[in-house]
Design a protein around this ligand. Sequence first.
Ligand SMILES: Cc1ncc(COP(=O)(O)O)c(C=O)c1O
Ligand SMILES: [Zn+2]
Length: 405
Amino acid sequence: MAKYFLKCADCDHREPETEYRIVCPKCKGFLEVAFESVPAEPLDRSQPSIFKFHRVMPYEATPDVLDYEHFEPTPIVPAGPLSERLGIDLYFKDETLMPSGTWKDREGYVSAHRLLINHVKDLVIFSSGNTATSLARSISIIRGPRLHIVLPEASRDRIQTYAQFFDPEFVKVHYFAGSNDECIVAARKLAQEQGYTIEGGFSNYARREGLKLLGLEVATLWDRRPDWYVQPVAGGIGVYSFYKAYADLGRAAECPRILGVQAEICPPMVNAWRDNSSKLEQRHVPQTVIPSDFVRVLRTREPADSYPVVKKVTDKVNGAFEAVNDQEIYEALRAFYREPYYLDHYQRTGMLIGLEPATALAGVIKSVKVGTIEKGSSVLLNVSGAAKRGDIRAEWLADLLPLRH
Ligand SMILES: Cc1ncc(COP(=O)(O)O)c(C=O)c1O
Ligand SMILES: [Zn+2]
């Protein structure tokens, strides 16, 4: 018998997983992974990588799959100068160490595995680059099924950063000149015309369960409980998944407060949350998104399916939302390079922090200033990813970066 089942959050429907569904077959509601019971010991320390968490994840740790993923829990590093300057205990969850540089690698195996068990042969996905790279990586390792990525022209350069993870036998990239929202429509059209499965974004449980691994690491492997967890937000999977980790461990009440941060050029969730609305209404949706050099990924205009769920989570944990402008993102990006850890990191690897964690850090700085985050709080920041090619201009950081040797 399956150790997990799928459960509708909007009606009483529950079922074992028998096909690739992204909505409840009864009411088209929100389908979630649920477990019969909370394991007495959630961690299986005998297993490698993500398979340590198989007792609270929708996959098994059978010997045939252990070679499909190798990354280990990412470190949590105390910030130095930033903690002092802000009067908080700030910690970095360093997701830039993931194989393709972003926390989206946590989704890869779970998504690919879900396709295999449901015999999906072709999947169409929209991505601005990070999710696509992670899923392409896992599919290239597992060698199937076929992945069709719809990518905005604007991300052509970004995707080249990890070209080695795109095995042309299994991964095809379709460039589309248009906004993210237009690309999502194009992806749906491609799937319909070709009879391919559409990935589903927030409604695909595999993505949400994959990112849950970050919360599981924090909840089970870290000996501290922060007051706040801070997350850069586009579709909002990160907010949902962090909370679900605690809920699935039977420790929902211990979940830290969650701060979601968006860019001011595209802050639909912030608008709706400030309005205390349970749904995303048209008045919360930015009608146009003016391109910004400081916002490459966090540009989801209309997260109508995820917002109601994210709002419920935010209320449960007494969380908050904040929006930050380009100047604040720029200053936060620079603030990372006053930290010895990230200076050293750059010197060793040449890797730069992405704009999404800079956005989240800007949200921390602003929230301390306006008092949402009280002085003396402990705050865990999801440093969710490294920059991809073309994201960061050298002149933004030139005076701060040491020469590499
Ligand atoms: C590096 C990075 N951080 C944060 C996010 C935002 O995640 P979500 O779409 O779950 O809100 C993304 C989304 O692609 C991302 O790639
Ligand atoms: Zn239902």
